[in-house]
Design a protein around this ligand. Structure first.
Ligand SMILES: [Zn+2]
Length: 260
């Protein structure tokens, strides 16, 4: 099981070394901005690295919304990030499930997801796996609760789509962690990546506030059980910089019996 962390994008491989990480996730552009990613000068070095790379799409992307002024640029930006992520040899592009605004029909949001994949298919398809991540908050989210996730996967039909399970988001979003992996896989058939995070917020609080693995409101043993059951690569998106994340990675290795 490859274990790593979300890191600063300046020199992701150095960040991996500092944490003894086998995988890193990073942004290719400002996560709060709409600018397309620029080609990276270290692309060749990243492509040939031993470290597994994952790219997280900007948070501003919401392909589900009925708001054209967000949805249309979101689609384009997601495809631009997919292209840029493939260029650095990333194994997956993680994107949040998104939501529709209050008063809007979430069914349209699921269909907008389908249209996003159809839009990408028109230009040859996404050049790497796109992993939709479950989210913690909101009443109109596409991937907070598992019943929504099932409707999303129904809408996506035959499109090739992966899933990223965030443990903090699941718990804070109100999904019981015990047996969660089986319930998710019954819907998606797969878990491609785990975002291993404890939660500062309480169960079903809707709060997206990550904590270190042995801190927070989730029993660390339960957290480890979910991660073990998922059997997928793991990225911690936890606080504390190099020290905090290295400790979380070491904790997980110890618990999972994995070797560096
Ligand atoms: Zn996450």
């Amino acid at each position: 099981m490859r274990i790593g962390a979300h890191v600063d994008p300046t020199d992701p491989l150095a960040e991996a070394t500092a944490r003894q990480a086998e995988a890193v996730q990073f942004f290719l552009a400002d996560p709060q901005g709409w600018k397309a990613p620029k080609p990276r000068e270290d692309a060749e070095r990243l492509r040939s690295a031993d470290v597994d790379l994952y790219v997280h799409a900007p948070y501003v992307i919401n392909v589900a919304t009925l708001n054209n002024r967000i949805r249309i640029p979101s689609r384009k930006l997601l495809l631009a990030h997919a292209t840029a992520a493939a260029d650095v040899g990333a194994r997956g592009l993680i994107v949040h499930g998104g939501h529709v605004n209050a008063g809007h029909d979430v069914a349209v949001g699921f269909d907008n997801w389908r249209k996003t994949f159809a839009y990408a298919a028109d230009s040859g398809g996404f050049p790497l796996p796109v992993l939709i991540e479950n989210t913690a908050g909101g009443d109109n989210a596409c991937a907070r609760h598992l019943d929504s996730l099932a409707r999303l996967w129904d809408a996506l039909g035959d499109h090739e789509v992966g899933f990223c399970l965030d443990t903090c988001h699941a718990y804070a979003g109100g999904e019981e962690l015990l047996g969660l992996v089986d319930r998710v896989k019954a819907i998606t058939g797969r878990i491609d990546l785990v975002h291993a995070n404890n939660s500062k917020g309480a169960f079903n609080s809707g709060q997206d506030r990550h904590d270190n693995l042995t801190g927070g409101t989730i029993d660390p043993e339960l957290l480890v059980a979910v991660i073990r059951a998922a059997g997928a690569p793991v990225i911690v998106e936890t606080p504390g910089g190099v020290e905090g994340q290295a400790a979380d990675i070491a904790f997980l290795r110890g618990q999972l019996g994995a070797t560096a």
